[in-house]
Design a protein around this ligand. Structure first.
Ligand code: UDP
Length: 189
């Protein structure tokens, strides 16, 4: 483990982070720790407290985080959020089900088609576009609760996705939460 701006940053391989989050007994928030995401936390106590809690695992997502840690003497490798996202989809257990929240309707529909093609046995519990008011979205919270997914990926950009996860993590039934930025767009192509 190493620290940057008060954040504990995961220092290990992509396989090690997958094992850590899949084996966790408690809920986990995987934070794609790129400079923008971490900077947002420094100016928002609500997000900062979540990022620094025992439930958050911050991956070193980008050279802006890796470089200063290397200068401090850590032998750390970048883990891109989208790579971890796709590896997680490949490593789901039979009992896992996934909810995808984010992007526009068109992108989301193409993304879902591509995911079903690429990950044949995936159990998709539900999905919804990300153009929502995260402070007034009971219908989505109720939809997620009723579908009981074990994992939710939120693609609404930073800091909206991190605020959503921080706000609803306790009440939602999911075990793993991850903000994935523009990843639905990339996989929809
Ligand atoms: N988005 C969304 N709701 C919003 C704003 C953005 O679902 O209110 C989606 C947008 O359509 C895109 C993703 O969030 O799919 C964010 O992409 P961006 O490239 O900005 O994120 P980054 O990877 O830079 O964090």
């Amino acid at each position: 483990m190493c620290f940057l701006c008060g954040y504990r940053i995961f220092n290990g391989t992509i396989d090690e982070v997958i094992k850590k989050v899949m084996d966790a007994n408690d809920k986990v928030h995987i934070v794609s720790g790129n400079p923008e995401v971490l900077y947002n936390g420094l100016y928002n106590r609500f997000i900062y407290d979540n990022f620094t809690s025992k439930n958050s695992v911050i991956i070193p997502d980008g050279i802006g985080v890796v470089k200063p840690l290397r200068l401090k003497g850590h032998n750390i490798q970048k883990i891109a959020g989208i790579d971890l996202f796709m590896e997680l989809l490949s490593n789901l257990n039979e009992k896992d089900s996934v909810y995808f929240l984010g992007a526009s309707n068109d992108v989301l529909n193409m993304f879902i088609k591509n995911v079903q093609k690429k990950y044949k046995n995936i159990n998709i519990a539900g999905y919804h576009h990300g153009y929502i008011d995260i402070y007034n979205c009971d219908y989505i919270i109720n939809d997620i609760k009723s579908k009981q997914p074990t994992i939710i990926f939120v693609a609404m950009g930073a800091p909206k996705q991190e605020i959503f996860i921080t706000k609803y993590m306790n009440e939602l039934p999911c075990k793993i939460f991850m903000g994935v930025g523009g990843s639905f767009d990339v996989i929809s192509e």
